[in-house]
Write a protein that binds this ligand. Structure first.
Ligand code: SPD
Length: 360
């Protein structure tokens, strides 16, 4: 009997030890360097399972349902805020995060608007939502002198009609596309005015016939291969498309623009779910990613801006000097952040988005 008891507790202990060696991460697709996980596993002996998504809504549904089994996830700041309010995340133990000293103080201060005292989260990467386009194909259709620096390219039905044959795609991200349309119409992108929201939805519906698809990750390869010629997309993803085209040497030249009317600036945040099986390993990973060289390696691979001040000198100067990735002060003045809205607003946006994307 005693033997059996001992065996059972030994088993329990070995189960605990085994689970201490696992870390389950859920991150955006195309958002990490090729060797980051490998290096973390080698440095810590922790085994990582790495799953990906391409939509805040997908992550949110999993988080709100609970018990998703993830130790570390990467919501965007506005989604993070309401998920914190719903009790989804645990507070970070900052004594386990010595590399916090590397983070850019001003950017972390900015992120406090969504997470007071940065209590639950650390910035992973940040970026903007703008337009990626195929320079040659757009010039063929709109003329070589078309400046391509405006939301006109997608939101003006006449312009969109001229580009439709070479393929326009849009993010399947209602909380980004409707505010961008509001901004193009001269309204506050965070407007909750039902009439203005209707106008934005009508604008999107009017260009709907010229949109090939709504998807939030497929556009990287499609732009790179020349299968589409305009994509409303996330900064780093468009630069990855540019990079893939250059590597393929296929004659496709991809450019990214933050439209002159302004664009959404967002922060993607590392956060630990309240029911994470292994929060200790999650803290280790967060600290690992805040290492200056590790985060510089990620930015050098994914082309997203790092909020790690110590990493900046280690980032490829081609990236730090690119105003599409690290916007100029003038461009920054035109960027907006997403406010958190009440559930009624969210339902309105979802209803409009269904109409825009399905025509119903
Ligand atoms: N491929 C990585 C994409 C990361 C995009 N983050 C989402 C920002 C939402 N505003």
């Amino acid at each position: 009997m005693k033997f059996l008891t001992l065996t059972a507790s030994a088993l329990a202990m070995s189960t605990t030890l085994a689970s201490a060696e696992e870390l389950r991460i859920y991150n955006w697709s195309d958002y990490i360097a090729e060797d980051t996980i490998e290096k973390f596993e080698a440095a810590t002996g922790i085994n990582v399972t790495y799953d990906v998504y391409d939509s805040n809504e997908v992550l949110e549904a999993k988080m709100l349902a609970g018990a998703a089994g993830y130790d570390l996830v990467v919501p965007t700041s506005d989604f993070l805020q309401r998920q914190i309010e719903a009790g989804v995340y645990q507070k970070l133990d900052k004594s386990k995060l010595p590399n916090l000293k590397n983070m850019d103080v001003a950017l972390m201060k900015g992120a406090e608007a969504y997470d007071a005292d940065n209590a639950h989260s650390v910035i992973y990467m940040w970026g903007t939502t703008g337009i990626g386009y195929n320079v040659g194909k757009v010039a063929e259709r709109l003329g070589a002198d078309y400046s391509g620096d405006s939301w006109d390219m997608v939101f003006n039905p006449e312009t969109a009609a001229k580009l439709a044959d070479c393929g326009i795609s849009m993010l399947d991200a209602p909380t980004e596309m409707i505010p961008a349309a509001l901004n193009f119409l001269g309204h506050d992108p965070n407007s909750e005015d039902r009439g203005e929201l209707q106008e934005a939805a009508d604008l999107l519906t009017s260009i709907r016939p010229h949109i090939r698809y709504f998807h939030s990750s497929q556009y990287i390869n499609d732009l790179a291969n020349g299968d589409t010629c305009v994509a409303v997309g996330w900064s780093g993803d468009v630069f990855q498309a540019r990079d893939r085209a250059a590597e393929a040497d296929n004659g496709v030249e991809v450019a990214y623009v933050i439209p002159k009317e302004g664009a959404l600036q967002w922060f993607d945040m590392l956060a630990i779910p309240v029911d994470a099986p292994n929060p200790d390993a999650a803290h280790k990973f967060i600290d690992f990613v805040m290492d200056a060289q590790i985060t510089a390696d990620i930015t050098n691979y994914v082309w997203y801006a790092s909020a790690n001040a110590a990493a900046l000198p280690l980032i490829d100067p081609e990236i730090t000097a690119d105003p599409g990735i690290f916007p100029t002060d003038a461009a920054k003045a035109n960027l907006w952040g997403s406010d958190v809205h009440d559930p009624k607003y969210d339902r309105t946006i979802t209803r409009h988005w269904t109409t825009v994307t399905t025509g119903q």
